[in-house]
Design a protein around this ligand. Structure first.
Ligand code: PBG
Length: 332
């Protein structure tokens, strides 16, 4: 590469005004890149705040409809639903996960009826339903991988039947993508997409989410026997490759900002639709600083999301989805 030097080249010529800067912009964030996670709860006429995630609420299903209407009219195409399950419906066999009338399945049917174009994604994992707080079944004090697969298959089929467009297995059990894909094909759901939480790290940044779905106090031990150890990028690459081989349509890296190197490597190696989850703790961290006026709100939100695109993401799950769409609308 021949590089001219000063003063033949002045880097600042390309930055001198907004028009020139836009002309040489290498990529940009779009509203259609964003997937909005939403927390649900039982009851009616309830919008309940989540203390550790300022600005994020739990919605009863009736209140979900107007909220999603706002999202859609702001240009958001996709949502991902998470339930706060009452303790009375949690159990160690997690049967509420494959109740076709559970919160997320009921909400999915209602959303698809009201907004047929809306893309609905559902998490496939047992933790919101598990009295042990884990993503897998705890048998004799240990996570039982293969028994968990049976439960995940049931959960996934019921979710596909409810009308979910995308299933997001977030449990990190071995073999789950193959199990779910095989079941979907065998049951006439050949169009149901799988976005695998393929490189999901055992992270401290999920704390506020666990409060939001009421799993915090219940979790026995930690998730280190199934989620990836934070230093391990090679292991993350192997996990992604495996999930692609087993039938994932899209892959995700999670959390996001602390793992931009992993995102970049996944995209470079596999050339596959790649997503990041800007998780609850990342949201809380940024919002904490924004609320204290330590960071500028709009530019912080857009810069954090743009970093994912630059690293190679096709899309991002983010609690800032609506805020970002509004900022982009104003040309921020
Ligand atoms: C659980 C699940 C988690 C998140 C999404 N699905 C938490 C966990 O693995 O403990 C985290 C999302 C967030 O922190 O925003 N299967």
């Amino acid at each position: 590469m021949v590089l001219s030097s000063f003063p033949y080249r002045r880097g600042r010529r390309l930055r001198q005004n907004k028009g020139i800067r836009l002309l040489v912009e290498e990529m940009s964030l779009r509203k259609s890149d964003l997937i909005c996670p939403i927390f649900l709860r039982e009851g009616s006429n309830i919008i309940e705040s989540i203390p550790s995630m300022p600005g994020v609420n739990r919605y009863s299903i009736d209140k979900l409809i107007p909220y999603v209407e706002t999202l859609i009219s702001s240009g958001i195409l996709a949502v991902s639903l998470f339930p706060l399950t009452p303790t009375s419906k949690k159990s160690s066999n997690c049967q509420e996960a494959w109740n076709s009338e559970n919160l997320v399945n009921t909400a999915t049917r209602k959303l698809k009826k009201n907004f047929p174009e809306l893309i609905v994604m559902l998490d496939v994992a047992l933790d919101p339903y598990n009295s042990d707080g884990h993503d897998g079944l705890l048998l004799d004090g240990k996570i039982n991988n293969d028994e968990t697969l049976v439960a995940l298959e049931r959960q996934a089929l019921i979710q596909a039947e409810a009308g979910a467009d995308i299933l997001g297995p977030s449990d990190m059990m071995d073999g789950r993508i193959k199990k779910i894909r095989t079941a979907l094909e065998a049951n006439g759901f050949s169009d149901t997409l799988i976005m695998s939480y393929a490189a999901k790290f055992a992270s401290a940044f999920y704390g506020p989410f666990r409060e939001a779905v009421g799993a915090q106090g219940l979790l026995k031990g930690d998730k280190k026997t199934y989620q990836i150890d934070p230093p391990n990028i090679e292991e993350a690459i192997r996990e992604v490759g495996e999930d692609i081989n087993e039938g994932a349509d899209m892959v995700m890296v999670k959390p996001g900002m602390p793992y931009l190197d992993v995102i970049s490597e996944v995209k470079r190696r596999f050339k596959f639709p790649t997503f990041a989850y800007q998780v609850s703790g990342e949201y809380s961290m940024l919002m904490g600083a924004i609320e204290n006026n330590w960071l500028d709100r709009n530019s912080t939100i857009i810069e954090s999301l743009t970093s994912f695109k630059r690293a190679g993401c096709d899309g991002i799950l983010t609690y800032f989805a609506l805020d970002a769409a509004k900022i982009m609308e104003k040309g921020g």
